[in-house]
Ligand binder design. Sequence first.
Ligand SMILES: Cc1cc2ncn([C@H]3O[C@H](COP(=O)(O)O)[C@@H](O)[C@H]3O)c2cc1C
Ligand SMILES: O=C(O)c1cccnc1
Length: 336
Amino acid sequence: MSQSPRSLADIRSLLSGLPYSDGPSVKAAQARNGQLTKPPGALGRLEDVAVWMAGWQRTDRPHADTPQVVIFAGNHGVTAQGISAFPPQVTAQMVANFLAGGAAINQLSRVFGARMDVHALELDQPTADFTQGAAMDEAGFLRAFASGWDAVDPGADLLVTGEMGIGNTTAAAAIAHALCGGTPGEWVGRGTGLDDAGLITKARVVGEAVARHADARGIEVLRSLGGRELAAMAGAILRARHLRIPVLLDGFICTAAAACLDAEAPGALDHCLAGHVSEEPGHACLLDRLGKVPLLSLGLRLGEGSGAALAIGVVQGAVACHSGMATFAEAGVSDG
Ligand SMILES: Cc1cc2ncn([C@H]3O[C@H](COP(=O)(O)O)[C@@H](O)[C@H]3O)c2cc1C
Ligand SMILES: O=C(O)c1cccnc1
């Protein structure tokens, strides 16, 4: 379980032997929830979140005291096609900014007491332009996936996976289109702020890429149309599942990477909640396909794990109430 997968077959076997949420802990948490000093259901979705956390953490007193935010950065050959408003050099520049503490995600991680780790993945060697061939060969994909697998702190009690990679909303749109069908136009958005002409190019590029890799399924979609930071996020999410660490999904890119695990093994994202829904138009559709209702909707279109990091606060609120509140009997409050 701690050894990172060495082959696509290893990944598939990890996906076919997933641990599940613990039924007795869910029942115990539901029972406790029913005794807490509030009208039944008054904490709304926070109650569901706390019970869900209890199931994965195998306790009736769930916690989110040691959250981890892990950010992966990758560069994309497809940027040569003019699909981002920003140049690819920004990826490495933002990694330096993360390390210096100057990005949005640094501030959000600090506010919620999360450990934040940054992994730059072979930035000087962009992945192949996926309109020409697979983004990654098998060895390169496995290296990136393993970086994600190894990045998870087994002591974390909640995980956020974030990304930085100029061009990666194009990769996400291609993955979503490959997995869900529809037309390229339904999945592309402006990302960092692409203009109208750029958006038309982006839809064409996504259409070409998906046509070229039409035979790919599941994690092969991630290898063919993804990027290293997407592969690493998928690796981290799968590792978290095996460690029973609940995960908050971030925006469109994170969700697209995760969706490849679900495509390979339905139910593989049962340990994930959607932290938020971003402004990238494909994100809401993709979450809907995955049956995930986002915790937050704040109009964010940043990535970096920012929306999911904000949702750490929601989870902390949910588990603090569930685990810290008095029961009617303890407080001597009449239960109606
Ligand atoms: C300064 C800056 C900081 C960012 N932080 C996240 N992203 C976000 O924008 C990129 C995806 O958009 P596109 O596909 O249009 O390139 C990713 O790096 C994503 O994390 C940023 C983008 C910029 C410019
Ligand atoms: O959905 C996201 O996370 C997103 C949207 C635009 C740009 N970067 C990230």
